[in-house]
Ligand binder design. Structure first.
Ligand SMILES: NC(=O)c1ccc[n+]([C@@H]2O[C@H](COP(=O)([O-])OP(=O)(O)OC[C@H]3O[C@@H](n4cnc5c(N)ncnc54)[C@H](OP(=O)(O)O)[C@@H]3O)[C@@H](O)[C@H]2O)c1
Length: 244
């Protein structure tokens, strides 16, 4: 993949991962559009040389409006990173979770991204060197017991990514998966785990993106994927931590 002179949209661009990715791509001489809701962060992004677009991915009308704006303002869009995400941690089996909380997690992590992708495919199809990159998680390969809805949403995005890859082969649009390890962001704030910085993560990812690796991730996550596939009981042990 040529990593210069692209027009790139990153949802979840106001997150540390999306921002670090955007900065690296901006330095490589691309037009980078960061999408998010946090207006203060979007203003900062504008000051830092990014294009910005506000959109709540849980609201279909906002997604439709954003896609029209993108088509009019950025007709050369050729790369879409579906990177927004929310994670609620709770034990699904111990209390009744309000439907709106479950729906919100699914809407932002899955439905909104699928709608945005579908609306932007005609534009991507029109342009050369077109890519869709979906941010998933190791929890999409093996679920964490206090994050079942999040894990299920990421499993859905993994499945969607594979299906879309085959579907869009005829159009010449390349579909990749981006699987961050535990990274130091708002999502993992307060978690007592070893975390990678978003900048370090992006340093690993950029060369893999250039090579169009199907799964963009770090070696530890590739090992986890292998363990999850062949030794699920071990994956469960890794995610549950040491017995207390
Ligand atoms: N951090 C990790 O350890 C880790 C590991 C594996 C995968 N991931 C994935 O990496 C991606 C980035 O996560 P992060 O860790 O950087 O999380 P984060 O810091 O919590 O950021 C979440 C991002 O999603 C956006 N977002 C949330 N709700 C939204 C909505 N309704 N509409 C539009 N955008 C919305 C936020 O934008 P606004 O606040 O501006 O709305 C923000 O940019 C996610 O897909 C996450 O699942 C993270």
């Amino acid at each position: 993949m040529n990593l210069s002179n692209n027009t790139i949209l990153i949802s979840g661009g106001t997150s540390r991962i999306g921002w670090a990715l955007g900065q690296a791509l901006l330095k490589l001489n691309n037009t980078v559009i960061l999408m998010g809701r946090n207006q203060q962060k979007l203003n900062e992004a504008h000051q830092a040389g990014f294009e910005t677009i506000s959109c709540d991915l849980s609201q279909q009308q906002e997604i439709e409006e954003a896609s029209v704006t993108i088509q009019n303002k950025y007709p050369h869009l050729n790369m879409l990173f579906n990177n927004a995400g929310v994670q609620h941690n709770y034990d699904f089996t111990e209390s009744v979770i309000p439907i709106h909380k479950i729906a919100q997690e699914i809407n932002i992590n899955v439905t909104g991204q699928i709608i945005l992708t579908q609306l932007l495919i005609p534009l991507l199809d029109h342009n050369q060197n077109a890519f869709i990159i979906n941010t998933t998680s190791g929890l999409g390969a093996f679920p964490k017991s206090d994050g079942l809805v999040y894990s299920a949403s990421k499993a859905a995005m993994r499945n969607f990514t594979v299906g879309l890859r085959y579907n869009l082969k005829k159009n010449g649009i390349c579909v990749l998966e981006f699987m961050p390890p535990v990274t130091d962001t708002n999502m993992t704030a307060g978690r007592d785990e070893q975390k990678m910085s978003a900048d370090e993560l992006v340093k690993h990812i950029i060369p893999q993106l250039r090579k169009e690796k199907k799964i963009l991730t770090i070696p530890k996550m590739r090992l986890f994927l292998w363990i999850a596939f062949f030794f699920p009981f071990l994956a469960h042990k890794i995610l549950s931590g040491p017995e207390k």
